[in-house]
Design a protein around this ligand. Structure first.
Ligand SMILES: [Zn+2]
Length: 315
């Protein structure tokens, strides 16, 4: 958009656009989840290198900018488990971002207040694993609550980035669309985080065939995610390759509560070439490969319930 086409009150509009453009390139190159080393590459604006974020600051604005924050960031502690799953599990159309410290008036928190006042789009670097961030942009601060020391942040779609004050800017439509997009973004984050944690626990190998290619592995739920107990925790998950995940979900393959693999009779009795023989039938009766950490093993109660369903379906 040419600079003259809007009357934004955000003094940093061109810098934000440069940041978003670069971020779009980086996610095309590296995927939706970026390692911190990639985030630190920054972006260039009029020949100068600017950072998206810094390690030390959760709320960040490069010194070249004058208005609200450019980015906010959450981290996952090394030993941390699912620090923000409450946030992701809720159906609220907003993320809740904790202020820095206890003083709403401090410099960092005021960058959030300014972003809200200017309706300035920013980047939310959501930590999904230590050193791994899922950038969500454009994101907007939609509420600044000094009492609870949190602000609400909503996501929007890139195409909707319009400076406030243009003819296309409709506050009610924005609010409704952003609520919807935020709920979708949370669902994706929830799935991506679950997959990453499960893959880690299983050392990036299929629990059935040991296939060691992350690109071909998925985080399978033992109890479906829509089941409210289907919590996004490793004990409700299995790292499975596409083939074994498909077979598990189609009840062609079950897992006994003791962790042994059982093929449906239909598959056991079929004779149809090497994939069936080697990739499926040869695992009948064999044990699953479990994570090293015992607290990450599949929960027996979950396996039992799933196995009961398998028996009913194949009966
Ligand atoms: Zn497999």
């Amino acid at each position: 958009m040419p600079a003259s086409a809007f009357s934004s009150s955000d003094p940093d509009w061109p810098i934000r656009q440069a940041a978003f453009q670069r971020l779009a390139e980086l996610t095309r190159l590296h995927g939706a989840v970026l390692p911190w080393e990639v985030v630190t590459q920054g972006f260039s604006f009029r020949g100068e290198l600017l950072y998206f974020a810094t390690k030390a600051q959760g709320i960040f604005r490069p010194r070249q900018m004058r208005g609200g924050a450019l980015s906010i960031k959450t981290i996952v502690p090394r030993q941390g488990r699912f620090a923000r799953y409450d946030d992701l599990a809720s159906e609220d159309g907003a993320f809740f971002y904790r202020f820095k410290g206890e003083d709403p008036e401090n410099h960092s928190n005021q960058l959030l207040a300014q972003a809200l006042a200017l309706e300035a789009p920013l980047i939310y670097f959501y930590g999904v694993d230590p050193g791994m961030y899922r950038p969500i942009w454009p994101a907007y601060v939609s509420r600044f609550d000094a009492r609870t020391l949190t602000c609400e942040v909503v996501a929007d779609e890139a195409l909707s980035v319009e400076p406030p004050g243009t003819a296309l800017h409709d506050a009610t439509a924005d609010r409704i669309r952003r609520g919807y997009i935020t709920v979708q973004a949370k669902k994706r984050l929830h799935q991506e985080t679950f997959r990453l944690h499960v893959l880690h626990a299983y050392e990036h190998r299929c629990a059935i065939c040991r296939l060691p290619r992350s690109e071909l592995l998925q985080g399978a739920h033992i109890l479906p995610d829509r089941d409210e107990r289907g919590v996004p925790e490793v004990p409700n998950g299995l790292a499975l390759c596409h083939l074994h995940h498909g077979a598990f979900d189609a009840d062609l393959l079950g897992i006994r509560p003791d962790g042994h693999i059982e093929l449906s009779r239909e598959l056991r009795e079929a004779h149809d070439g090497p994939t069936l023989e080697h990739a499926l039938k040869s695992f009948d009766g064999r044990p699953l490969h479990k994570p090293t950490r015992r607290d990450q093993w599949p929960r027996e109660q979950f396996l039992e319930e799933r196995y009961t369903r398998f028996l009913q379906r194949v009966a």
